[in-house]
Design a protein around this ligand. Sequence first.
Ligand SMILES: [Zn+2]
Length: 182
Amino acid sequence: MWHTLDNVEKFIDSLVVADEQLAEVERRKGCQCGGRLHRADYPRKARGVPGQWDRAFAQRFSFCCAERECRRRRTPPSLRFFGRRVYVAAVVVACCATTLPTTRAVAPRRTVDRWRQFFRHQFVDSRFWHHARAWLMPPVREDALPGSLVERFAGDWATRMYQTLRFLAPITTFSAGSPMEG
Ligand SMILES: [Zn+2]
């Protein structure tokens, strides 16, 4: 899928910048105990990214409460990572959305089938989606998610993918209240 992008570097940069901004929003909120948040990123070994871009996916931004009695974790939403999934978020979405120009398989079919099942069932039943779908008029086809979401946004492939990842970002973190497994 990456070779279909005009400018991979620009696309990946935009994801990193978005994640930095989301992390800063989270840091400013502080911990629910009132404590300050310290940076405590998770090292990641992301799959589905061409080797030369590995570094842009080498850590998931995360925080830890500075109060010794609390130490609560806070992981901001992300446009790069989809919960604990080893494949990067753009790959998860692109592989599920069959209408996109994915001319080369980047993930095993069984894995992609599992992702699709997630979108058609857990995602559709999630609290996030119940709120979010109200903003989408006319409604998007739930049996064609996440492809139907990608198609809803305007612009070239990279722009639509970015917008989709931005839209889905709230479900990418445990501390935001929407667990994502796999
Ligand atoms: Zn705390």
